[in-house]
Design a protein around this ligand. Structure first.
Ligand code: PRP
Length: 210
């Protein structure tokens, strides 16, 4: 049987995930000295580094058994996986934001919202019974209201620096976000013991790190 594979979101969550693994007693040498390698042996496991949306895809399809990914990506993707542990790091929140001092809800015209998270944005405004026009942006979403493309953005806010330094403000907080440990549905049945042992070690390590 192949090693259990864990997909880890590249970038912001990577160093916290490495600390978690280290606290679980795993040898993270390969993760620290990864060079350009994408599949890294970490003791008896294989760690795969991928973009957040791809972590969901690999875990949903069983190419990876587990994943470490932000709640933002989980809610946006809608992929069918088990969400097992709130890891408590990577904390930020979804917000509706826009130019400082403006009232987003003012006026009768249909609002334009730019976002990397169209599903989250759609659901947020559906719940309010509002029709809006969503424009998908791939990064630095804060540019959209500044350039006059959109009335507001739905994006993640961590320190709030990007918003502040660009003359924007949070109009409304939508939901809190943190990193989660997700598990493939079939793996949870087929490799139950190994996965449960990993999850309990991760849970313990999480407590130690908090
Ligand atoms: C995220 C988010 C904001 C920023 C918020 O972008 O989309 O732009 O971080 O962080 P802050 O509140 O600490 O300023 P990211 O850095 O992931 O890059 P991207 O916009 O290019 O995707």
């Amino acid at each position: 049987m192949r090693p259990l594979r864990i997909a880890v979101t590249k970038g912001r969550l990577e160093s916290r995930a490495t600390s978690l693994f280290r606290t679980m007693g795993l040898d993270c040498t390969n993760l620290v000295k990864k060079g350009r390698r994408l599949i890294l042996p970490v003791d008896e496991y294989e760690v795969v580094l991928a973009k957040s949306a791809d972590v969901m895809t690999y875990v949903e399809h069983g190419a990876c058994d587990m994943g470490i990914v932000g709640k933002d990506t989980i809610v946006e993707s809608g992929a069918q996986v088990y969400e097992m542990i709130d890891l408590g790091f990577g904390k930020c929140y979804f917000a509706l934001a826009g130019k400082k001092g403006l009232d987003f809800y003012d006026g009768h015209s249909e609002k334009i919202v730019a976002t990397k998270y169209p599903n989250v944005a759609r659901r947020f405004f559906e719940d309010k019974g509002m029709d809006i026009n969503i424009i998908k942006i791939e990064g630095s979403v804060e540019l959209a209201p500044l350039l006059g493309l959109a009335d507001g953005i739905v994006d993640i806010v961590e320190t709030g620096k990007t918003i502040k330094e660009n003359g924007l403000e949070v109009y409304e907080e939508i939901m809190p976000i943190s990193a989660r440990l997700v598990v493939n549905i079939a793996s949870m049945k087929l490799r139950k013991e190994e996965i449960e042992s990993f999850l309990s070690d991760a849970d313990l390590a999480k407590e130690i790190l908090e």
